[in-house]
Design a protein. Structure first.
Ligand SMILES: [Zn+2]
Length: 156
């Protein structure tokens, strides 16, 4: 089911640190499906549960050329590269806003998949940026917090 995206730089749902997601239940799978539907409907490349109004540590990123949906439950960044790069970011929750964000080139992340299996994986390039962006969301951080003053702009 497509759910309206939670929006706004000061929205309390987006600004709250989400608690750990407990046991994976039917409710979790429904949440993952609603998040996927809502992400696809808005042409997103990643989405976090608070963006459809649920404060829990569940995100989707997309991977590969086909931008396949990849669920991560309780994702945690274990290690990140000291090498960084600056790229332009936007967010479904801040429509029309864009700005440069400096992030690590790769991250090593631990998470649980939708079957309840714990995984540790290395993400690089575009996928690493999405992981960092989505983990920020479940910590109540938005990309605009990383944009240097005066560099945030409206979409051209
Ligand atoms: Zn976002």
């Amino acid at each position: 089911m497509i759910i309206d995206i939670t929006k706004g730089p000061n929205n309390p749902i987006l600004r709250k640190k989400s608690p750990d997601h407990g046991k994976i239940t039917k409710k979790t799978l429904k949440l993952l499906k609603d998040m996927e539907d809502s992400m696809i409907a808005t042409n997103g490349v990643g989405i976090a549960a608070p963006q459809i109004g649920v404060n829990t540590r569940v995100v989707h990123i997309t991977i590969g050329k086909e931008r396949k949906t990849f669920p991560m439950i309780n994702p945690e960044i274990l290690e990140c590269s000291s090498e960084t790069e600056v790229e332009t970011e936007g967010c479904l929750s801040l429509p029309g806003k864009w700005g440069p964000v400096e992030r690590s080139v790769w991250v090593k992340a631990k998470f649980t998949n939708e079957k309840g299996e714990e995984r540790i994986m290395l993400f690089d390039e575009f996928e690493a940026k999405i992981v960092q962006h989505e983990v920020d969301h479940i910590n109540g951080t938005l990309f605009i917090d990383h944009v240097p003053e005066g560099k945030l702009r409206d979409k051209e």
